[in-house]
Ligand binder design. Structure first.
Ligand code: DAH
Length: 339
């Protein structure tokens, strides 16, 4: 056994040092740790370095034996350090390659949804009416009997109430229902705001009826209301013609046909001209009934105005040439992805 005397005067086995160092080298987790191990053995005050320094004070025979052992150990450890260092560097490079982001590579496209055709139509309508000074108002889908009927001059037990097939919510005594039209928003808005005013109220409505290509149990309406000192039918016609012209992107003519709604007097059906002499029924409208104004606390002699209610589904079906309203509520992606 080749021994050397360390600072503390103990004899140490050079071979044992070498084995211990090799174990530590192979266990080193990273370059920093490897460097620390290197310094502990081969640094200025390292174990092996000290052995090498102590050679000078030895006799020749001893120096030869210990010198060779120490030099061998140093060479072996240096090689082991190099090998380990290279392995670790390679590992780091590998890891870096894996994390590497090529900023010039084209991005991965995430599948993107889109708006429902009815939402497109609603937004388009809002945009056009906003342009003509109409604010957007909202009301609840669960409505009370008062706002859906009574406030709109549709008294209980009056046959006019049968015009709207109603979903009543239980218990019936609570008088809650799913609104059958957007007209209740008129009453709600006028109660809270003073005239003059111009609003539209788009939203979902519900009807208890059999479904077919042109009927759904729920659909969308857009209500309009303009109240002022001298708002006339002529104003209404001008505004609605402007609306359709912008919506269909062509000059549009409408005609007013006498009709009946409990909340307007006079009431009209609005037809839109289709090419040669054909008229298409588009919506209901009229001059707001004095009883409605009274019900919301306005003085009918001071204020008047028009109201209208149109079906948004109808507009969507015309614009996109959809022949069955049920498609709009089917959730069928093959249909929806066309828009
Ligand atoms: N609320 C009516 C309906 O659902 C539509 C309507 C007609 C609204 C005339 C109005 C109006 O504001 O003046 O059938």
């Amino acid at each position: 056994m080749v021994k050397y005397t360390n600072m503390e005067g103990e004899k140490e086995d050079i071979k044992a040092l070498e084995i211990k160092a090799k174990k530590e080298i192979s266990a080193a987790g990273d370059l920093k740790e490897l460097d620390q191990i290197f310094r502990a053995y081969l640094g200025k005050k390292g174990h092996i370095t000290r052995v090498l320094r102590s050679l000078a004070s030895m006799g020749e025979a001893e120096r030869k034996i210990r010198g060779k052992a120490a030099n061998d150990a140093r060479d072996a450890l240096q090689a082991a350090f190099e090998a380990k260092k290279q392995q670790q560097t390679l590992q780091i490079e590998e890891a870096e390659k894996k994390d590497h982001v090529d900023v010039t590579a084209p991005g991965t496209k995430l599948p993107k949804g889109h708006l429902h055709p009815l939402t497109h139509i609603q937004r388009k309508c809002q945009e056009i009416f906003n342009g003509m000074g109409f604010a957007v108002a909202e009301g609840p889908e669960i409505e009370t009997e008062w706002y859906n009927f009574d406030a709109l001059n549709i008294p209980k037990d009056h046959p006019a109430r049968d015009l709207w097939d109603t979903f009543w919510l239980k218990p019936k005594a609570a008088d809650y229902l799913l609104r059958t039209h957007t007209s209740p928003v008129q009453a709600r808005y006028m109660e809270k705001n003073n005239p003059p005013l111009r609003i539209i109220a788009p939203g979902r409505i519900f009807r208890y009826e059999a479904t077919d290509a042109s009927h759904e149990i729920n659909f969308y309406q857009l209500e309009g209301l303009m109240i002022g000192k001298d708002v006339s039918v002529a104003n209404f016609k001008a505004i609605i013609e402007e609306f359709y012209s912008q919506f269909f992107k062509k000059e549009t003519t409408v005609r007013l046909r006498p009709s009946y709604f409990p909340f307007t007097e006079p009431s009209f059906e609005i037809d839109m001209r289709q090419g040669k002499g054909n008229w298409l029924e588009m919506m209901g409208a009229g001059m707001v009934h004095p009883n409605v104004l009274k019900n919301v606390g306005y003085i009918p002699r001071e204020w008047k105005g028009f109201a209208f209610g149109m079906g948004l589904d109808r507009l969507a079906m015309m614009k996109y040439k959809i022949d069955d309203i049920r498609l709009l509520y089917s959730g069928d992606l093959k249909f929806l992805q066309q828009f």
